[in-house]
Write a protein that binds this ligand. Sequence first.
Ligand SMILES: Nc1ncnc2c1ncn2[C@@H]1O[C@H](COP(=O)(O)OP(=O)(O)O)[C@@H](O)[C@H]1O
Ligand SMILES: [Mg+2]
Length: 171
Amino acid sequence: MHSPDVTAVFDLPDEAATQCLGAELAQALQPGLVIYLEGDLGAGKTTLARAMIRALGYSGPVKSPTYALVEVYVVSSLYLYHFDFYRFESPEEFLDAGFGEYFNDASVCLVEWPDKAAGCVPAPDLRILLRHAGGARVAELAAISERGASCVRTTASIRAVGSSCATPAAR
Ligand SMILES: Nc1ncnc2c1ncn2[C@@H]1O[C@H](COP(=O)(O)OP(=O)(O)O)[C@@H](O)[C@H]1O
Ligand SMILES: [Mg+2]
Protein backbone atom coordinates (compact mmCIF):
# COMPACT_ATOMS: atom_id res chain seq x y z
CA MET A 1 0.00 0.00 0.00
CA HIS A 2 1.18 3.51 -0.71
CA SER A 3 2.10 5.25 2.52
CA PRO A 4 0.76 8.80 2.78
CA ASP A 5 3.90 9.64 4.78
CA VAL A 6 2.07 11.91 7.20
CA THR A 7 3.76 11.96 10.59
CA ALA A 8 3.75 14.11 13.69
CA VAL A 9 5.80 14.13 16.88
CA PHE A 10 4.48 15.54 20.14
CA ASP A 11 6.33 16.08 23.41
CA LEU A 12 4.31 14.97 26.41
CA PRO A 13 6.00 16.45 29.49
CA ASP A 14 3.55 14.97 31.98
CA GLU A 15 0.45 12.80 32.27
CA ALA A 16 -1.83 15.82 31.69
CA ALA A 17 -0.15 16.31 28.30
CA THR A 18 -0.87 12.69 27.38
CA GLN A 19 -4.49 13.21 28.39
CA CYS A 20 -4.62 16.39 26.33
CA LEU A 21 -3.36 14.56 23.22
CA GLY A 22 -6.02 11.91 23.84
CA ALA A 23 -8.73 14.56 23.91
CA GLU A 24 -7.41 16.03 20.65
CA LEU A 25 -7.24 12.62 18.97
CA ALA A 26 -10.80 11.90 20.10
CA GLN A 27 -12.03 14.80 17.98
CA ALA A 28 -10.23 13.35 14.96
CA LEU A 29 -11.70 9.83 15.12
CA GLN A 30 -13.93 8.50 12.42
CA PRO A 31 -15.61 5.11 11.98
CA GLY A 32 -13.34 2.48 10.48
CA LEU A 33 -10.11 3.72 12.05
CA VAL A 34 -7.64 1.17 13.35
CA ILE A 35 -5.01 2.71 15.63
CA TYR A 36 -2.04 0.75 16.95
CA LEU A 37 -0.75 1.99 20.32
CA GLU A 38 2.87 0.91 20.59
CA GLY A 39 5.60 1.33 23.17
CA ASP A 40 6.99 -0.32 26.30
CA LEU A 41 5.08 -1.16 29.44
CA GLY A 42 4.26 2.08 31.20
CA ALA A 43 4.80 4.22 28.11
CA GLY A 44 1.25 5.60 28.34
CA LYS A 45 -0.78 3.57 25.83
CA THR A 46 -3.67 2.95 28.22
CA THR A 47 -3.51 6.51 29.55
CA LEU A 48 -3.88 7.82 25.99
CA ALA A 49 -6.72 5.43 25.13
CA ARG A 50 -8.53 6.27 28.38
CA ALA A 51 -8.30 10.00 27.63
CA MET A 52 -9.76 9.42 24.15
CA ILE A 53 -12.66 7.39 25.53
CA ARG A 54 -13.37 9.94 28.26
CA ALA A 55 -13.22 12.83 25.80
CA LEU A 56 -15.84 11.05 23.70
CA GLY A 57 -18.12 11.39 26.70
CA TYR A 58 -17.78 8.05 28.48
CA SER A 59 -18.01 8.68 32.22
CA GLY A 60 -17.66 5.15 33.61
CA PRO A 61 -14.41 3.44 34.54
CA VAL A 62 -12.02 2.84 31.64
CA LYS A 63 -10.12 -0.29 32.58
CA SER A 64 -6.97 -1.54 30.95
CA PRO A 65 -7.97 -4.49 28.74
CA THR A 66 -4.88 -6.42 29.83
CA TYR A 67 -6.96 -9.23 31.36
CA ALA A 68 -10.21 -9.04 29.40
CA LEU A 69 -8.29 -8.56 26.09
CA VAL A 70 -10.98 -6.17 24.86
CA GLU A 71 -13.18 -3.50 26.42
CA VAL A 72 -16.18 -2.30 24.41
CA TYR A 73 -17.59 1.23 24.43
CA VAL A 74 -20.57 2.64 22.56
CA VAL A 75 -20.12 6.35 22.89
CA SER A 76 -20.62 9.47 20.84
CA SER A 77 -22.29 7.29 18.15
CA LEU A 78 -19.10 5.27 17.76
CA TYR A 79 -18.43 1.62 18.47
CA LEU A 80 -15.01 1.74 20.08
CA TYR A 81 -13.03 -1.39 20.89
CA HIS A 82 -9.94 -1.12 23.08
CA PHE A 83 -7.72 -4.19 22.79
CA ASP A 84 -4.60 -5.29 24.62
CA PHE A 85 -2.87 -8.39 23.26
CA TYR A 86 0.02 -8.38 25.74
CA ARG A 87 -1.00 -11.74 27.17
CA PHE A 88 -1.25 -13.56 23.83
CA GLU A 89 1.12 -16.50 23.59
CA SER A 90 0.58 -16.74 19.84
CA PRO A 91 -0.98 -14.43 17.25
CA GLU A 92 -3.54 -17.12 16.35
CA GLU A 93 -5.31 -16.38 19.64
CA PHE A 94 -6.65 -13.33 17.83
CA LEU A 95 -8.45 -15.59 15.35
CA ASP A 96 -9.58 -18.09 18.02
CA ALA A 97 -11.21 -15.25 19.97
CA GLY A 98 -13.13 -14.12 16.86
CA PHE A 99 -11.79 -10.60 17.13
CA GLY A 100 -11.62 -10.17 13.35
CA GLU A 101 -15.28 -9.17 13.15
CA TYR A 102 -14.69 -6.22 15.49
CA PHE A 103 -12.60 -4.59 12.77
CA ASN A 104 -15.14 -3.08 10.37
CA ASP A 105 -16.15 0.21 8.82
CA ALA A 106 -18.46 1.09 11.70
CA SER A 107 -15.94 0.70 14.52
CA VAL A 108 -12.87 2.40 15.92
CA CYS A 109 -10.26 -0.06 17.16
CA LEU A 110 -7.46 0.95 19.54
CA VAL A 111 -4.88 -1.82 19.80
CA GLU A 112 -2.18 -2.15 22.46
CA TRP A 113 0.57 -4.72 21.73
CA PRO A 114 -0.49 -5.35 18.11
CA ASP A 115 2.82 -7.18 17.50
CA LYS A 116 1.54 -9.99 19.75
CA ALA A 117 -1.16 -10.61 17.10
CA ALA A 118 1.11 -9.98 14.10
CA GLY A 119 -0.20 -11.44 10.86
CA CYS A 120 -3.70 -11.86 12.32
CA VAL A 121 -4.74 -8.38 13.47
CA PRO A 122 -5.71 -6.11 10.54
CA ALA A 123 -3.25 -3.44 9.40
CA PRO A 124 -3.56 -0.04 11.07
CA ASP A 125 -4.55 3.31 9.61
CA LEU A 126 -2.38 5.02 12.19
CA ARG A 127 0.48 3.93 14.42
CA ILE A 128 1.15 5.84 17.63
CA LEU A 129 4.46 5.05 19.27
CA LEU A 130 4.89 6.27 22.85
CA ARG A 131 8.45 6.51 24.11
CA HIS A 132 9.92 7.24 27.51
CA ALA A 133 11.99 10.44 27.44
CA GLY A 134 13.47 10.81 30.89
CA GLY A 135 10.45 11.06 33.16
CA ALA A 136 8.36 12.39 30.27
CA ARG A 137 7.04 10.81 27.08
CA VAL A 138 7.15 11.48 23.35
CA ALA A 139 4.37 10.43 20.97
CA GLU A 140 5.19 9.67 17.34
CA LEU A 141 2.21 9.44 15.01
CA ALA A 142 2.64 7.77 11.63
CA ALA A 143 -0.25 7.50 9.19
CA ILE A 144 -0.42 4.31 7.16
CA SER A 145 -3.59 5.03 5.16
CA GLU A 146 -5.40 8.11 3.90
CA ARG A 147 -7.90 7.71 6.77
CA GLY A 148 -4.99 7.73 9.21
CA ALA A 149 -3.45 10.75 7.49
CA SER A 150 -6.70 12.64 7.90
CA CYS A 151 -6.68 11.79 11.62
CA VAL A 152 -3.10 13.07 12.02
CA ARG A 153 -3.83 16.30 10.12
CA THR A 154 -6.98 16.98 12.12
CA THR A 155 -5.20 16.27 15.42
CA ALA A 156 -2.30 18.55 14.47
CA SER A 157 -4.64 21.38 13.50
CA ILE A 158 -6.69 21.03 16.72
CA ARG A 159 -3.40 21.08 18.61
CA ALA A 160 -2.23 24.18 16.76
CA VAL A 161 -5.36 26.05 17.89
CA GLY A 162 -4.44 24.90 21.36
CA SER A 163 -7.73 25.42 23.16
CA SER A 164 -9.12 21.89 23.36
CA CYS A 165 -7.84 21.13 26.84
CA ALA A 166 -6.24 22.86 29.75
CA THR A 167 -2.48 22.73 29.54
CA PRO A 168 -0.16 24.10 32.20
CA ALA A 169 0.99 27.63 31.50
CA ALA A 170 4.38 27.88 29.82
CA ARG A 171 7.21 28.64 32.20
N1 LIG B 1 3.59 12.26 29.45
C1 LIG B 1 3.80 11.57 30.58
N2 LIG B 1 4.83 11.88 31.39
C2 LIG B 1 5.04 11.16 32.53
N3 LIG B 1 4.26 10.13 32.94
C3 LIG B 1 3.24 9.79 32.16
C4 LIG B 1 2.94 10.48 30.96
N4 LIG B 1 1.87 9.91 30.39
C5 LIG B 1 1.49 8.91 31.20
N5 LIG B 1 2.29 8.83 32.29
C6 LIG B 1 2.27 7.83 33.36
O1 LIG B 1 2.89 6.66 32.87
C7 LIG B 1 2.12 5.52 33.22
C8 LIG B 1 1.59 4.90 31.95
O2 LIG B 1 0.85 3.77 32.26
P1 LIG B 1 -0.08 3.10 31.17
O3 LIG B 1 -0.86 4.15 30.47
O4 LIG B 1 -0.82 2.02 31.86
O5 LIG B 1 1.01 2.52 30.17
P2 LIG B 1 0.94 1.35 29.10
O6 LIG B 1 -0.51 1.10 28.78
O7 LIG B 1 1.72 1.87 27.94
O8 LIG B 1 1.60 0.15 29.74
C9 LIG B 1 1.04 5.99 34.16
O9 LIG B 1 1.51 5.84 35.47
C10 LIG B 1 0.88 7.47 33.82
O10 LIG B 1 0.51 8.24 34.93
MG1 LIG C 1 -1.66 -0.65 28.74
